[in-house]
Design a binder for this molecule. Structure first.
Ligand SMILES: *[C@@H]1O[C@H](CO)[C@@H](O)[C@H](O)[C@H]1NC(C)=O
Ligand SMILES: *[C@@H]1O[C@H](CO)[C@@H](O)[C@H](O)[C@H]1NC(C)=O
Ligand SMILES: *[C@@H]1O[C@H](CO)[C@@H](O)[C@H](O)[C@H]1NC(C)=O
Length: 690
């Protein structure tokens, strides 16, 4: 063991010489050196002693630094065949950091860290260069291979940085400043002086330039939020915090491009770094984690990186059980606890999207935060078990008494009001999301009826998909009765049902019985009846309408989400977009809101919602089991509500009503395992929604 450092030094000098003076070492000797290095890496993987004897030696770190510097110079000069050898150096460094403090300090003090960041920058640059279009297949594959190697190095450097900053709050902050920029934007050495020079934020389109949506989100530390007294104080605090910040190869924003270059199995170190830096994990200084969370969001680079990671999760459809998703859930939770969710959401806005992809994923993560049970949260990391409710300011107040209390004043958290988050999102949904979406749906209906030209529909399916995803996430997070009814009515009017099993052409007109039906006198009923004839064609009111029935009655447990009927319609025109599952979702939400709630029942009636829900009592394969949900919903709407019963009775004169709705004896409500209200037949068989 005692000879190990000498051996490594010899290997490193050899590698360095072959970097600086290519050809000076015989190829066979170079290969020998490479395999020696790999053997040493193996030892550091297995043996703690090996890690310590190397990691605690400043000479080793010095030699590693010089070798890496020489390697970086070569890579910068496009000597891509050296990539694997350079990567081995970083793997070794990463392994040695497992010994923590002492090795971390040497890695940083001797300059290895700075060279690693430079290397990461080189890799991002090389891996993101577009491949020439006019090369042959073989050359293309060779290029892809080279890029692949650069990406591997990229991942190793991220792992290195993660290990470097773990369990040292100060260094974590330094890594943060490197990643996102110092609060005064471009003042690595003396933030205070730079702040006085009133630097502009770097990103020209920095969302920080937008007014912040909520109160109290004027983030301390943002270079973009003017020169208020508290801002100056914050800068001063940060300059104290960042004392000793080594500006070597300072290049904030160097991670922003990374998510675009990686794939789901590669990105893990990045969310891990964010999680380790901001989430209130066990063993971390909560105040410092909060400081970093705010720093991240205050800086354009931080918001950009966050946005890129969110877009990544969405684009790759990363599963909620995926470790990356879970880590980002914790990052989202940290943002929530720091009162910055509205700010983050607004900063991901974009003129051309009703809901941007990043916003959709943020909503999804937020829903996931709210869903997590208080105990038994299952993360691979050793996470804290603090209360998850947003009214958990204990974490923040607790932090005020921590050693870092000096700084928490500067980053005084805005008060977290329990209802503020839902209120914010309800407002966004009503003002920014539902009106433009309804305009789209209305236009679809108008085109269908020939009242508008197809050319007037300017959105692509891709655009619609984004709106749809955002809308879905909103509905997941919230539910608002009045808007839901209006929404359901518009969908009911404009979007035709689809029955995959029958493949019959849709009836020519999808216009529902006019809303006047309710008030319609007898003299009108003939006309109305005619309109409804068309409905009868596709509205199987019998209990077991077709072969799907057996399946259909068995599953009320969301399972339908996973089952896509074989869609052979070949819909490709954007204006034919069918908004699948949304109607069903609306009915389900109305169903649960109206259960034993007279105010909601009445509201639905006043908005003309009874008719709209009744219209859903039919098969629609875009909305699996919507018939069952609609029947349940009507039951809930009628229960102990004589006005509603009267309206439906009147409707019965002109429109068939499913038996289950009117048969008040054969069915009963019960609450299923998941706490949902369901309907079942009391005796015998028939419709049951187990
Ligand atoms: C943490 O990092 C700072 C510099 O980034 C260093 O000065 C300090 O010694 C480190 N703390 C420990 C316990 O190693
Ligand atoms: C989590 O942390 C606690 C104390 O901080 C420790 O006792 C426990 O072993 C840790 N669990 C894991 C899985 O690391
Ligand atoms: C509805 O009415 C039934 C019978 O009239 C009664 O037993 C039940 O408690 C009522 N439910 C509610 C929610 O008022």
């Amino acid at each position: 063991m005692s000879l190990l450092p000498e051996l490594l030094l010899t290997v490193l000098f050899g590698a360095q010489a072959s970097f600086t003076h290519p050809g000076i070492i015989l190829p066979s000797k170079e290969l020998l050196g490479d395999s020696e290095l790999k053997a040493i890496i193996k030892r550091t993987q297995k043996s703690r002693d090996a890690r310590e004897v190397l990691g605690f030696s400043p000479r080793i770190w010095e030699a590693l630094t010089e070798t890496l510097r020489a390697g970086n110079d070569q890579l910068a000069a496009n000597k891509y065949n050296l990539v694997p050898r350079v990567r081995d150096l970083v793997i070794l460094g990463r392994n040695l950091l497992a010994t923590k403090e002492k090795a971390q300090n040497y890695a940083s003090d001797e300059g290895f860290e700075a060279e690693v960041r430079r290397l990461l920058d080189i890799c991002v640059d090389k891996a993101s260069k577009p491949i020439a279009a006019n090369i042959d297949k073989q050359a293309h594959e060779a290029e892809m291979h080279i890029k692949g190697n650069y990406k591997k190095v990229m991942i190793t450097t991220l792992q290195f940085l993660n290990n470097l900053m773990s369990q040292n709050e100060t260094r974590k902050l330094h890594v943060w400043l490197h990643m996102f920029g110092t609060p005064a934007a471009s003042a690595p050495l003396n933030p205070v002086v730079q702040a006085k020079a009133s630097q502009k934020p770097k990103g020209k389109n920095s969302p920080a330039n937008r007014p912040s949506p909520g109160s109290g989100v004027g983030i301390a530390g943002s270079g973009a939020l003017g020169t208020t007294q508290s801002h100056k104080e914050t800068v001063a605090k940060c300059s104290f915090l960042s004392a000793g910040f080594n500006a070597k190869y300072y290049k904030p924003g160097f991670l922003t491009e990374v998510p675009r270059l990686l794939q789901p199995d590669e990105i893990q170190p990045l969310p891990m770094m964010l999680q380790n830096g901001v989430a209130p994990l066990e063993g971390t200084d909560r105040a410092m984690q909060a400081v970093r969370c705010k720093l991240m969001l205050a800086q354009g680079y931080g918001r950009s990186l966050l946005r890129e990671i969110l877009v990544f999760l969405g684009a790759w459809e990363v599963d909620e059980d995926d470790l990356c998703f879970k880590m980002m859930t914790q990052v989202t939770e940290a943002i929530l606890l720091n009162g910055l969710i509205p700010y983050a959401f607004e900063s991901f806005r974009d003129e051309k999207d009703i809901v941007t992809p990043a916003q959709s994923v943020l909503l999804k993560l937020l829903a996931s935060v709210y869903r997590q049970p208080e105990t038994g949260r299952d993360h691979n990391t050793n996470s804290s078990t603090h209360s998850l409710s947003i009214s958990a300011p204990s974490i923040l107040s607790e932090s005020l008494t921590s050693p870092a209390s000096d700084f928490s004043e500067a980053f005084d958290p805005p008060p977290i009001i329990e209802s503020s988050i839902p209120t914010f999102f309800v407002a966004v949904l009503r003002k920014q999301v539902i009106p433009p979406t309804i305009r789209i749906i209305k236009l679809q209906g108008a085109i269908r009826e020939g009242k508008a030209k197809k050319e007037t529909f300017e959105l692509s399916l891709w655009d619609l998909d984004r709106v749809y995803e955002g809308l879905y996430q909103f509905l997941e997070l919230l539910g608002i009765v009045g808007d839901l009814v209006i929404f359901l009515k518009e969908l009911d009017k404009a979007i035709p049902r689809w029955v995959a099993s029958k493949s019959i052409p849709q009836p020519p007109s999808s216009s529902p019985p006019s809303p006047a039906v309710k008030e319609a006198g007898k003299e009108e009923s003939d006309k109305v009846l005619k309109v409804n004839e068309a409905y009868r064609v596709e509205r199987p009111f019998d209990v077991c309408p077709d072969d799907n029935c057996a399946d259909g009655s068995g599953d009320e447990n969301e399972g339908a989400d996973g089952e896509e009927p074989n869609d052979d319609r070949g819909l490709s025109e954007p204006e034919e977009f069918t908004w699948p599952h949304i109607k069903r979702y609306l009915v389900m939400l109305l169903s649960s809101f109206s259960w034993q709630d007279k105010a909601v029942q009445d509201l639905v009636r006043e908005k003309g919602g009874l008719q709209a829900v009744l219209n859903q009592c039919m098969i629609d394969d875009d909305n699996p089991y919507i018939r069952e949900h609609a029947i349940l919903c009507i039951r809930n709407l009628l229960e102990n509500n004589s006005e509603n019963q009267k309206v439906v009775k009147e409707l019965e004169a002109v429109q068939a009503i499913p038996d289950e709705v009117l048969d008040r004896h054969g069915y009963e409500h019960y609450i299923d395992d998941a706490g949902r209200v369901q309907l079942r037949k009391v005796k015998g068989k028939g419709f049951s929604s187990k």
